[in-house]
Design a protein around this ligand. Structure first.
Ligand code: PLP
Length: 268
């Protein structure tokens, strides 16, 4: 059973057409659910407001309704583990919104143990701060991922700087220093923000500067962050290999998981 909560009321998955894929303007959020608890809902709502503003749209839903709708969807679909996707689209002059359940199928446990493969894609997201579907880049990224059997591609801008993944943020580790591109260049990930909190707790240094594609050999470890995968070690960028057992990164992954368990415990 997969029930969708939308501006038209409750609808069944089979009678739902995701208009976001052919809409002129689509803003979305993906919220992780673990043990039946939706994580960091307030952060997602605040980012949704920013994305809407960038698109010139105004959200007609309060934070408490947003939160309640997610809780309702989790209850109706008896979700213990997975993601809730919220989509707001404008197509043919009509606004439409929906919350739906997206199963959590990957990464698989081996991806955390052995790391994931990546390579560079020379492309720039427009209005990077808005969580919007940019069909051109998404298709290019997905095609490259499929053809080259990669997990993710890292976007490189016109100055040769690595900004983020096609659906993740990226960090580079050298000793106990963590580098990641500044807010202005990327989608400001909720996971990235929570990783900052964990890094501060651990006493590690954060440098908000993009790394040049030419400099990646200088780093010990690389990892991706995102709502669904959380923190995911990268084994390779093209032919260059990285340490997936980097002690600072492994400690960070432990602290992040502890932080999530604590969040869930408080919400239950
Ligand atoms: N950057 C891009 C382009 C994304 O699409 C995503 C997530 O889908 C992220 C970064 C990671 O953001 P978050 O941690 O909020 O999932």
């Amino acid at each position: 059973m997969n029930l969708i909560l939308s501006n038209e009321g409750l609808i069944h998955e089979t009678s739902y057409s995701d208009i976001s894929f052919y809409s002129d303007q689509t803003v979305y959020e993906v919220i992780r659910v673990i043990d039946g608890v939706a994580l960091f809902v307030e952060d997602h709502f605040l980012r949704l407001e920013i994305s809407m503003q960038i698109q010139g749209l105004l959200i007609q839903m309060s934070y408490s309704d947003f939160k309640q709708n997610i809780a309702e969807l989790v209850r109706l679909n008896q979700i213990m583990e997975g993601n809730v996707k919220f989509v707001y689209s404008v197509a043919k002059g009509n606004a439409h919104w929906a919350f739906r359940f997206i199963p959590h199928n990957y990464p698989i446990p081996e991806n955390y143990q052995f790391g994931v493969t990546t390579d560079f894609l020379f492309a720039e997201r427009q209005n990077p701060n808005a969580k919007v579907i940019q069909v051109g880049i998404r298709n290019l990224a997905d095609q490259m991922i499929a053809d080259r059997k990669l997990y993710e591609v890292l976007l490189v801008d016109r100055d040769g700087m690595i900004t983020e993944g096609s659906r993740s943020n990226v960090f580079f580790v050298k000793s106990d220093v963590f580098y990641t591109a500044p807010d202005s260049m990327i989608l400001v990930g909720i996971t990235r923000k929570k990783v900052f909190d964990c890094l501060k707790e651990l006493g590690y240094t954060i440098v908000e500067e993009a790394v040049s594609a030419k400099e990646v050999d200088d780093f010990d470890a690389v990892f991706l962050t995102g709502t669904s995968p959380k923190i995911l070690p990268v084994i390779s960028i093209g032919k260059r290999l990285f340490n997936v057992q980097n002690p600072a990164m492994v400690r960070l992954m432990d602290v992040y998981n502890q932080m999530i368990r604590e969040y869930i415990r408080k919400e239950l």
